[in-house]
Design a protein around this ligand. Structure first.
Ligand code: GDP
Ligand code: MG
Length: 442
């Protein structure tokens, strides 16, 4: 696996200040091979490797990880980033039925996926309806009906007498039917061809124009590997879509198609379909897919353990230091903030007392929410980070920002403010008097 090969590359390297150019080049070669083996499209491989090299050059060698682990961590983070970071959720219509349209080549797995998605939505308390707008293949409507029966979801299909004969009018009529019968989601299955052609694209685009879907999902077979990129691009130009569904992930495809499509189209992969059973279906998880593409699962577990052990060690050291030097930590800073808050909520009462009026303004201007924000940020830090804020480097800041729902700039500001406060505390302890409340927001 890539992890093993990187470990070999770095056998003799530990704790240098920065990775050397030669080490980075050797690493890049290994990553390149691994991505190509996973069937990632060449232009995507090139761009990805360049991004990883760039980051590897800029980063200090971690104290917690060996270089191979550190590179795997960077590679993993970049992969997860391209694959869409957090899972993207379906967007539901605010009024009327949510219309989801499926598009993709014949055999991609649309009809199967339509029923899986319907079941998944039904389990969340929705009342979906399936729509047979594939009138190309003789048994396509029947196939959808069989699948609909399996998941207990009604299928809207053209019938002699209901006056709809072509895919566009079926789709249009289905939305009206859904409104009448109070279905809150409409899933439109469309026709595919074996290859991309103009007629297919036009039909899909006509259906899209007729029903204005809330979501168009491009369904693609993960096994088609390199071809996925061309197909995804053609559908993007011809029909357009909001998200991607990967099917047949139960096969032995490594998932390179996911990375290629996400990278080239910029569209998120939203669902993953992995099997013939109606329940073989889930939201797409970028981190799991990253592990699968580069086969890094074990290494990532090791990395987590190594970082945790390192944090624990740091936290023990910091505790010792605190005991001997009385150092001021982020935990102390937070406690101080919370004390200020108590003072703030007392302000109303105090303001009524004679002689306290002079503090009124100061206390009124004090923003309570600011403390909530500070608290959220500090609580997203590990104990080691709170005890030793010097640990908080760029990637930790990004993690903390994410964990606390704030911007990296907020974390930066807090850390700066903390160091200021600490400086003030230290000068106070040396006997500089009381210069006011350190770290007071404002
Ligand atoms: P469509 O032409 O896009 O509607 O594709 P279908 O839904 O008819 O699927 C084509 C074939 O792929 C069928 O034999 C399905 O049973 C099979 N199939 C669909 N999804 C999956 C999947 O996730 N895993 C596996 N192994 N087979 C699938
Ligand atoms: Mg079909």
């Amino acid at each position: 696996t890539l992890s093993d090969r990187l470990a070999d590359t770095f056998k003799n390297l530990r704790g240098k200040g920065r990775l050397s150019e030669a080490d980075i080049d050797a690493t890049a070669r290994e990553i390149r091979i691994a991505l190509l083996e996973a069937d990632v499209a060449l232009p995507v491989v090139k761009e990805f490797v360049a991004a990883v090299k760039e980051r590897a050059r800029g980063e200090e060698v971690s104290q917690a990880l060996n270089p191979a682990q550190q590179i795997v961590k960077i590679v993993n983070e970049e992969l997860v980033n391209i694959l869409g970071g957090e899972t993207r959720r379906l967007r539901f219509a605010k009024t009327g039925p949510t219309v989801i349209m499926l598009a993709g080549l014949q055999g991609a797995g649309k009809t199967t996926l339509a029923a899986k998605l319907a079941l998944w939505l039904k389990e969340q308390g929705r009342t979906p309806m399936l729509v047979a707008a594939d009138l190309q293949r003789p048994n396509a409507v029947q196939q959808l009906q069989v699948n609909g029966d399996r998941v207990g979801v009604p299928v809207f299909a053209p019938e002699p007498g209901n006056g709809v004969g072509d895919p566009v009018s079926v789709a249009r009529a289905s939305v009206e039917e859904a409104k009448r019968k109070l279905h809150d989601v409409v899933i439109i299955d469309t026709a595919g061809r074996l290859g991309v052609d103009a007629e297919l694209m036009k039909q899909a685009a006509d259906i899209r124009d007729a029903v204005r879907p809330d979501e168009v999902l491009f369904v693609v077979d993960a096994m088609i590997g390199q071809d996925a990129v061309t197909t995804a691009q053609m559908f993007l130009d011809g029909v357009g879509y909001d998200g991607v569904v990967l099917t047949k992930l139960d096969g032995d495809a490594r998932g390179g198609a996911a990375l290629s499509i996400a990278s080239i189209t910029g569209k998120p992969v939203m669902f993953a379909s992995a099997g013939e059973k109606m329940t073989d279906f889930d939201l797409f998880h970028p981190d799991r897919m990253a592990g699968r593409i580069l086969d890094m699962g074990d290494m990532l577990t090791l990395i987590e353990q190594a970082e945790k052990a390192f944090d624990e060690e740091e936290s023990r050291k910091a505790a010792e230091k605190l005991a001997t030097t009385g150092d001021f930590t982020l935990d102390d800073f937070l406690t101080q903030m919370q004390q200020i808050r108590k003072l703030g909520s007392m302000s109303k009462i105090m303001g009524m007392l004679p002689g306290m009026g002079q503090f009124r303004e100061q206390l009124d201007n004090f923003d309570e929410r600011e403390i909530d924000r500070i608290q959220a940020i500090i609580q997203s830090m590990t104990p080691a980070e709170r005890a030793n804020p010097k640990l908080i480097d760029g990637s930790r800041r990004a993690r903390i920002a994410k964990g606390s729902g704030r911007q990296v700039s907020d974390v930066n500001q807090l850390v700066d403010r903390f160091f200021e406060a600490r400086k003030m505390m230290q000068s106070m302890m040396r006997g500089g008097g009381v210069p006011g409340m350190p770290g007071m927001p404002g």
